[in-house]
Design a protein around this ligand. Structure first.
Ligand code: DP6
Length: 352
């Protein structure tokens, strides 16, 4: 499996080719919530890259006789209207690499995870699109690819990297930048191969888009304070990751999830994305986790579903507890995922 192939050289010798891009989703432990112009974050964020939840985009490319055509498909079917984020990203990439207009490009996209599962499809989708288009012009610098992915969707810039990704300038890493994400390599062995059990309590569409949520932060009474607290939370998390301190990890990851939701609840307009089932789950989970001393923390995305981030050594205990909870009547579906290797390209492609 090639992590990167230089299609610019291939373009000189062939008239058409096929390649596949796989980009995973990610779950933020320190949340990006609030942005400035050009999709720059108001605070740094840190995420865990997933493995099983990914977007696969099949690229079929031929040289165009005149002006090239772009075609987006979803699971093999023509889309009636273009996804606005995808179209915007295509235009931005073309403005820097106009040679892309010399190709006919057909992109067929599918996700391995269901819609409404609490897994961000814009993160994996925009990362796949940026990686796939930039491969065509021979761009292999992950910083450049990440900064374009960011312009598609902020959280997408983190999806390119393995394990943990850091996006946004922070004193915890000299490599950090607001423009692009970087890998965050400094963590204790206890935090390697983390698992994520996703507890789907509702498959409904989100009632508020992330973009609306970010907008809310511009006038939010706690906005400026939140950006400071997020920086502090990141420092605490980074220290916990380095030293292998699970208690501190749990405290800060769970606080971040509640901060995100309380910002939504206290904004104007106000949104509640948690449901009674979300809180019911969290209360039961914390009680069991604290009693049984499990290395596990919950986090939430901008929705009602819960991610239980846990040590690889706890996978069996978490799975059995979740199965028992559901067997006893708690209504939910589960998806099990783990820390992944980031985005990559497969020359020729493979079927999913
Ligand atoms: C709650 O990246 O989806 O998932 O930049 O507008 O596309 P846009 O927003 P998006 O926001 C993600 C918000 C979050 C937290 C996070 O992933 O850091």
């Amino acid at each position: 499996m090639a992590r990167f192939i230089n299609l610019r050289e291939l373009a000189q010798t062939t008239t058409g080719w096929h390649y596949q891009v796989r980009a995973p989703s990610n779950i933020a432990l320190i949340k990006y919530w609030g942005k400035k112009a050009a999709q720059l974050p108001c605070n740094p964020s840190l995420s865990m890259t997933l493995a099983q939840a990914y977007t696969q985009s099949d690229f079929d490319v031929t040289r165009a006789q005149k002006e090239g055509e772009l075609e987006f498909l979803l699971e093999g079917h023509k889309k009636s209207g273009f996804d606005s984020k995808a179209l915007k990203l295509w235009q931005l990439i073309c403005s820097k690499y106009p040679e892309l207009l010399n190709y006919n490009i057909r992109i067929d996209t599918r996700n391995t995870f269901p819609h409404g599962a609490g897994i961000a499809s814009s993160a994996s989708g925009m990362a796949a699109l940026a990686l796939g288009l930039l491969a065509l012009v021979g761009e292999s610098d992950l910083k450049v690819i990440s900064s374009f992915a960011r312009l598609g969707s902020g959280s997408a810039c983190r999806s390119l990297y393995p394990n943990f990704a850091l996006w946004g300038q922070s004193e915890i890493s000299a490599a950090s930048s607001d423009d692009y994400a970087c890998e965050y390599p400094e963590y204790h062995a206890d935090f390697s191969q983390l698992r994520d059990a996703i507890v789907i309590v509702s498959g409904e569409e989100k009632s508020v888009s992330s973009s609306q949520g970010h907008d809310l932060m511009k006038t939010h009474p706690y906005g400026q304070r939140r950006f400071e607290v997020a920086r502090q939370n990141l420092k605490t998390l980074s220290a916990a990751l380095k030293s292998g301190d699970w208690n501190s990890f749990i405290e800060v990851v769970e606080r971040e999830a509640f901060e995100l939701h309380s910002l939504m609840m206290t904004g104007t307009p106000s949104y509640t994305l948690m449901t009674p089932a979300t809180l019911d789950f969290i209360i039961r989970f914390r009680k069991w986790r604290d009693q049984a001393q499990v290395k596990a923390a919950f986090t939430l995305d901008a929705g009602p579903n819960i991610h239980v981030i846990h040590a690889a050594s706890e996978a069996k205990r978490v799975q059995v507890w979740l199965e028992t909870l559901i067997a006893e009547g708690f209504s939910a579906r589960t998806l099990f995922d783990h820390m992944g290797a980031g985005a990559y390209i497969i020359a020729g492609g493979e079927s999913l």
